[in-house]
Design a protein around this ligand. Structure first.
Ligand code: ITT
Length: 191
């Protein structure tokens, strides 16, 4: 089985990536060394930079995952600042910001960066469209899951398997897994 080091401090991401990639013959191993997060406008730029930095630091092939929630009524905010906003204001106050707002459309996005030491990173993107729920609902998942609704349920109300069939992370990891198997056939975003 091919093994890839996943540089992240978030064990939920590791669990989801393992559930999605192990049936495809790819084993994930977490490394918590972190990487500098650029103040950039796109998740792809952050993921590409992080993957290159971590591959050179650890001297092995690595993947990283930069994700975020883009809320229409807030002009796409918090987007690449989603981790900071989750740490500071959190889900309850995001719902407050959207009080009375009719347009509740939001998109969860994921950029998977992959790099080998001394090489250029490649990046795979995935997204899922949904809406911001009126209330916090569900205890499953993590982060924005209890306020992000797809087809009537929040991700916080969905079993892992259900989220992993629909999610932004699944979309990006499916492309990445295909590319790992057939690098010449699958297009990716070279930074
Ligand atoms: P690493 O950077 O160490 O990988 P992180 O949790 O800081 O971990 P991100 O910057 O990618 O990761 O995450 C941005 C925020 O979005 C953070 O608050 C996450 O909890 C949240 N998030 C990421 N993936 C999510 C998902 O699948 N569902 C809901 N929220 C998610």
């Amino acid at each position: 089985m091919r093994k890839i080091i996943f540089v992240t401090g978030n064990p939920h991401k590791v669990k989801e990536a393992t559930d999605i990639m192990s049936p495809l013959g790819i084993k994930i191993e977490q490394n918590n060394c972190g990487y500098p997060e650029l103040q950039e406008d796109t998740l792809e730029a952050i993921a590409g930079f992080g993957a290159r930095w971590a591959a050179n630091k650890l001297n092995c092939e690595v993947m990283v995952d930069d994700s975020g929630i883009f809320i229409d009524a807030l002009s796409g905010f918090p987007g690449p600042y989603s981790a900071y906003v989750a740490r500071t204001i959190g889900n309850r106050r995001i719902l407050k910001l959207l009080d009375g707002e009719m347009n509740r459309r939001a998109v969860l996005k994921c950029a998977i960066g992959y790099c080998r030491p001394g090489e250029e990173p490649v990046v795979f993107s995935g997204e899922v469209e949904g809406k911001i729920a009126e209330d916090i609902r569900g205890k499953l998942g993590f982060g924005y899951d209890p306020i992000f609704e797809v087809g009537g349920l929040t991700f916080g109300e969905m079993a892992d398997e259900e989220k992993n069939r629909l999610s932004h992370r699944y979309m990006a990891l499916a492309e990445f897994s295909l590319w790992l198997k057939e690098p010449d056939r699958i297009k990716n975003q070279q930074l």
